[in-house]
Design a protein around this ligand. Sequence first.
Ligand code: CU
Length: 150
Amino acid sequence: MLSPRHVLATLMLAAATTPAVAAEHVVRMLNIGSNGTTMVFEPAFVQAEVGDTVRFVPETAGHYVRSLATPSGVSQWNSSEDQPYTVTLEQAGLYFYICPPHLMMGMIGLIQAGPHAANLPAVQASMQAQKGRMYSNTQRVDALLQQVKP
Ligand SMILES: [Cu+2]
């Protein structure tokens, strides 16, 4: 027989070890963002926790999402055009992704999972390298990197 005190202690232990409910972050893929700029992921920077999901929703035609730099052990994403796509952030760190047909217009995004960005140097290098392929909105690279919590 378990004493009431034992039951209470067990419940408290369970509450302390049960992870918080994972959040779902929605990133819209748009021809025109709410601030009037063209070809955007909105929001382009997402601060998340490990275990959260990010759902990419194409609201205008012609977009998809491909990861270019992710924490080690994460398989790369490559969604189908015009289809919603959900990823689970299984590792802490930074996830850099693009919309391949609109990379030249700066359609890029960045996710940070957890408080530490262990893979920042690799992600920074990947993002800076993409600048050379962009004809417009190159300032988005630095704007995204400035939001990272190192
Ligand atoms: Cu696009």
